[in-house]
Design a protein around this ligand. Structure first.
Ligand SMILES: [Zn+2]
Length: 352
């Protein structure tokens, strides 16, 4: 987190891509494969509540072999199969996907004795996690990975003042550790920075675009006003027509198309796998897979994720982050998540 993560306008660029075809890392994404398409949802009927189109969760999830438990009086509903358990709560934006905390774009509603979910959540969150193969046309195998160590130079990021711990130092350290692991596993690794220097957000994004990677991961540490807050958050780009997790109300800019939205389904899968691996490896509180329109995510041209690997404002967590052993664990977890994502991608592509 920190002051440098402001919003940047991309002006006509995003609009230009809607009507065209864009070249991304050698693969071509047709404009038809994203933006307002509902490939998985199809023609399932929706009802408009406020400005959100809702669909019947039971009917949607049954297509993936999930059956529901819950009732007209219950607010907590579970949809499950042999492999997957999704826990939803009426009037809540928070859910559990295989016990992992995930934030929806819109609160779930109770209607006609069932639960209804935002059509965008169905298409851009649940469908990719339930059946990635649906989106095979818009992904390519993972070969090159850009690692972005957050902050640097005059921008120190967050800090633990008493202990003199700076976010920028730890993000660079974790980036190096992560790069070494991925390099050893045969991936091509590119860093946005390899020393203590200031690089603007747009500059990072443009640098990443030029490298044409298959995955972009930005590494950060967090801070909160309340010192008790600790744990791990993973961010992926907010889909079009939804508000970000931290936004209380929708905004006109929610309807903009960002270049990062071209890979919406894969952003979620990448974020989910990394967040799951962090949860397993670190044992830190699960603060959830969240949505935000951070500049590096908006401007990305490949699946992208931003990791907040712990709170420097929490004394206990800051002490852990200050140890090389814990930073290695973070790097290992992010690598594990990326490899899991890469394997999912391989499993849906036709064999060469
Ligand atoms: Zn940061």
């Amino acid at each position: 987190m920190g002051a440098t993560r402001g919003r940047m306008r991309v002006g006509g660029f995003a609009r230009l891509m809607v009507v065209g075809v864009m070249l991304c890392g050698g693969a071509i994404f047709s404009s038809q494969a994203w933006a307002d398409d509902f490939i998985a949802v199809g023609d399932q009927p929706t009802v408009l509540v406020g400005d959100v189109a809702y669909l019947d969760a039971d009917r949607f999830f049954s297509r993936y072999g999930l059956s529901s438990k819950g009732g007209a009086k219950a607010d907590a509903w579970t949809f499950s199969s042999a492999w997957t358990t999704i826990e939803l709560n009426a009037d809540s934006r928070e859910c559990r996907f295989n016990e992992q905390r995930v934030f929806l774009g819109s609160g779930v509603i109770k209607r006609e004795q069932g639960l209804w979910i935002d059509r965008v959540d169905a298409e851009k969150l649940f469908a990719p996690l339930l059946k990635a193969a649906t989106y095979a046309a818009s992904v390519r195998p993972v070969r090159k990975i850009v690692i972005d160590a957050g902050h640097g130079g005059k921008d120190g990021g967050t800090r633990h003042a008493e202990r003199k711990l700076n976010e920028k130092t730890f993000t660079l350290d974790v980036a190096e550790r992560l790069g070494a692991i991925l390099d050893q596993q045969g991936y091509e690794v590119v860093f946005t920075r390899t020393r203590d220097e200031y690089i603007g957000l747009k500059e990072r994004a443009m640098f990443a675009r030029a490298a044409q990677p298959d995955v972009f991961v930005s590494l950060h540490f967090n801070a909160a006003g309340r010192a008790a807050v600790k744990g791990v958050e993973t961010y992926v780009l907010t889909p079009r027509h939804q508000r970000s997790t931290s936004s209380a109300a929708s905004d006109a800019s929610d309807h903009n198309v960002e270049s990062g939205n071209a890979t919406d389904p894969w952003n979620v899968l990448l974020g989910y796998e990394i967040h799951r691996a962090l949860g397993k490896q670190l044992g830190a509180p699960d603060r959830g897979l969240k949505r935000a329109r951070f500049a590096v995510l908006r401007l990305a041209e490949c699946p992208a994720v931003l990791v907040e690997a712990g709170y420097l404002s929490n004394d206990q967590e800051a002490q852990k982050i200050a140890t090389p052993a814990y930073r290695s664990e973070i790097a290992q977890a992010v690598a594990t998540g990326i490899v899991a994502y890469a394997n999912t991608v391989l499993s849906v592509l036709p064999r060469p």
